[in-house]
Design a protein around this ligand. Structure first.
Ligand code: FES
Length: 263
């Protein structure tokens, strides 16, 4: 299992970009305790409908904001107020920017030192996508979006949750240039193949006959938007589909992965 330092990719342990951290429907059950980028995170949906991602631990006494299912404030469904969340221990309220804006037993100003990190997050194509940069830089590009998602003739995907794997995210990206696995693995050896890097977009174009469909030609255009979210337009015969493959660092040398198809 390679770590970031083994690849010599620079001073950062984790790559920068938009990453999937959950399927949108998972939030219907309430706040989630998640772990990505080597840190514990609190994910919940505010009353506006917008998702919020904060560092997990309250600065008061270190309670995880979204891990309790036994605190009465959680059982009574009173933890979320607007887009803010109350800590399940003493009820300090964190807003979506990560600042404490109410302490139930205190009338004075809330301590700025109690603030925790908030992360840019979007609810996009059935996925909760978080922008992560180790140094806290703001997003430098938009999360990927397929216009077909808003077209009712396309059937929305549900994510296949592929679980966690002990590999470095670089090893997932390497597949984009691996033309020689397409025959043995997918039964569609390529007749043409190219890669192109355009800023934060990394593209693969390839095509070849599909053994599963009697040699019908498959044409694919596949692109990463940043290092974590792959979309692929795949055309054969009368069929067109988009495939999603996403991987998000959990810890150094470990990822979580998802897969889906829009047809
Ligand atoms: S530990 Fe969070 S309010 Fe006290």
């Amino acid at each position: 299992m390679a770590k970031a330092a083994d690849y010599g990719l620079g001073p950062k342990t984790f790559p920068t970009g938009w990453f999937i951290v959950a399927e949108s429907s998972e939030l219907d059950k309430g706040p989630m305790a998640i772990r990505f980028f080597g840190r514990d995170l609190a994910l919940y949906r505010g009353e506006s409908g917008n998702p919020v991602v904060l560092d997990a631990y309250c600065k008061h006494m270190g309670t995880h904001l979204t891990a309790s299912d036994s605190a009465m404030i959680v059982k009574n469904g009173l933890q979320i107020e607007g887009d803010s969340i109350r800590c399940p221990y003493h009820g300090w309220r964190y807003n979506s920017a990560g600042d404490v804006d109410d302490i139930p037993y205190h009338d004075g100003p809330c301590p700025k030192s109690a603030s925790i990190r908030s992360y840019p997050v979007v609810d996009n194509m059935g996925c909760i996508m978080v922008w992560f940069d180790e140094d806290g830089a703001e997003p430098s590009y938009d999360a990927p979006f397929l216009k077909e998602w808003d077209n009712p003739q396309w059937i929305h995907w549900q994510l296949d949750h592929l679980g966690e794997l002990d590999i470095h995210p670089q090893e997932v990206l390497d597949n984009m240039s691996d033309m020689r696995h397409l025959g043995p693995t997918h039964g569609a050896p390529c007749q043409y193949f190219e890669n192109e890097a355009k800023g934060h977009i990394y593209i693969q174009r390839q095509g070849g006959p599909m053994q599963l469909y009697g040699g019908v030609m498959l044409y694919t255009t596949t692109w990463y938007t940043g290092p974590g979210i792959l979309l692929s337009k795949q055309v054969w015969g009368d069929t067109v589909q988009y495939e999603l493959i996403a991987n998000t660092p959990v810890d150094d040398g470990r990822i979580k992965a998802w897969h889906a198809c829009l047809v």
